[in-house]
Design a protein around this ligand. Structure first.
Ligand code: PLP
Length: 389
């Protein structure tokens, strides 16, 4: 059976070129980067070259780049380590309601442990309002966390503006750039942020490695204690092959970005157009303008059908996608992102995220378009929600 992978926002296949960059550090260059001998120096050189590459690609300095175990850890450090650093003076945090769970759960944890938290709503397209941020910021706010691009709907935020507003109150600004890195421009100086998270496996790199950018001069309370790795801010023997792979992945993504952006925009337009012409009552979630979202993220709601059923039917045809709803203990829980956007529950439950990627071809999409109308028709025929004509 043909296999089509349209879940690139969940994870991406490792690019062969990234694998090749990693291989020497998984074989002969196995040293511990903390060792003083040549084996150790070789590993250390791999890490520092990677750090320089990553820094140059996002307009930062190498000393501002910290390697972590992934996006989740970077988000955790950005929230908790900053909150604890400033806890004697500031006790308030702000995050958008549509953040990844790595941010939301970190904020929730802090809110249970003596901090105060506020959440920012978004509009129907997933955009956070600068006015609302302004109204919720206080002199007590230590950190504001608003993601660069959303993983479910692809909406891109005006980070520069939000960060400037945050700085007026003396708070720090963190952005989760896991879904924007390698897809749109991520430039520290233009974004004017203090902390930024990235993850390797979302950019055709390895799983279990990420980056946290921390602006020069910012102090944080480490979450991991141990050796002096990463200047004492993140103890633990470095994942050398992962770090080298991360840098290779980001470098490759940046090199391919202009062409890939156009190619994926065109593919997304083709896909959305075909689906809307072949299936009735399909609602597009997020900004339809390809410049206002990551164009490879296509979130569609099929009225009166459950997302989970569509996933299973597509899976039987070899197609992998994700839904906006999560089936927990038998009851369908709508995505927190779609709920924040005020998408009616019956539409939110029928939402499917198709996320295209580097290896997605037009044939993949044509195949998906060839099986989807029948699936929706069959599911709607069984649905008590769908008005039968
Ligand atoms: C995947 C993802 C994360 C988590 O990254 P991991 O490396 O899987 O821990 C965080 N934020 C966003 C927006 C993501 O899409």
């Amino acid at each position: 059976m043909k296999q089509v992978y349209l879940d690139n926002n969940s994870t991406t296949p490792l690019d062969e070129r990234v694998l090749n960059a990693r291989l020497p550090f998984m074989k002969e260059k196995f040293g511990n980067a903390s060792s003083l001998h040549s084996f150790g120096r070789e590993a250390k050189a791999g890490i520092e070259t990677a750090r320089e590459k990553v820094a140059a690609l996002i307009g930062a300095e190498p000393s501002e780049i910290y390697f972590t175990s992934g996006g989740t850890e970077s988000d955790n450090i950005a929230l908790k380590s900053v909150a604890y650093q400033h806890q004697n003076k500031r006790h308030h945090l702000i995050a958008s309601a549509i953040e990844h769970h790595a941010v939301l759960e970190s904020v929730k944890f802090l809110a249970k442990n003596g901090f105060k938290a506020d959440y920012l709503n978004c509009d129907r397209e997933g955009l956070i309002s600068a006015a609302e941020l302004k109204s919720k910021l206080t002199d007590d706010t230590s950190v504001v966390s608003i993601m660069h691009a959303n993983n479910e709907i692809g909406t891109i935020q005006n980070i520069t503006q939000l960060s400037e507003i945050t700085h007026e109150k003396g708070a720090l600004f963190h952005t989760d750039a896991v879904q924007s890195a390698g897809k749109i421009e991520v430039d520290i100086k233009k974004l004017k942020i203090d902390l930024l998270s990235m993850s390797g496996h979302k950019i055709y790199g390895p799983k279990g490695v990420g980056v946290l950018y921390i602006a020069k001069g910012q102090r944080i309370v480490p979450l991991f204690h141990g050796g002096h790795h990463e200047k004492g801010r993140r103890a633990g023997t470095e994942n050398v092959a992962g770090i080298v792979g991360f840098a290779a992945a980001l470098e490759l993504a940046e090199k391919m970005r202009p062409e890939e952006h156009t190619r994926l925009s065109n593919l997304a337009d083709f896909f959305i157009g075909q689906i809307q012409s072949k299936i009735s009552n399909v609602h597009f979630n997020g900004p339809r303008d390809n410049d206002k979202r990551i164009p490879s993220t296509v979130n569609l709601s099929f009225q009166a059908v459950e997302g989970e059923s569509i996933i299973l039917s597509l899976d039987m045809n070899g197609i992998g996608v994700a839904s906006g709803s999560a089936c927990t203990s038998g009851s369908l829980e709508s995505s927190h992102v779609l709920m924040a956007m005020n998408i009616p529950p019956e539409l939110a439950q029928g939402s499917i995220r198709f996320s295209l990627g580097r290896f997605t071809t037009k044939e993949d999409l044509e195949y998906t378009i060839s099986v989807l109308p029948e699936i929706i028709e069959r599911l709607r025929a069984m649905s008590p929600l769908y008005a039968k004509k």
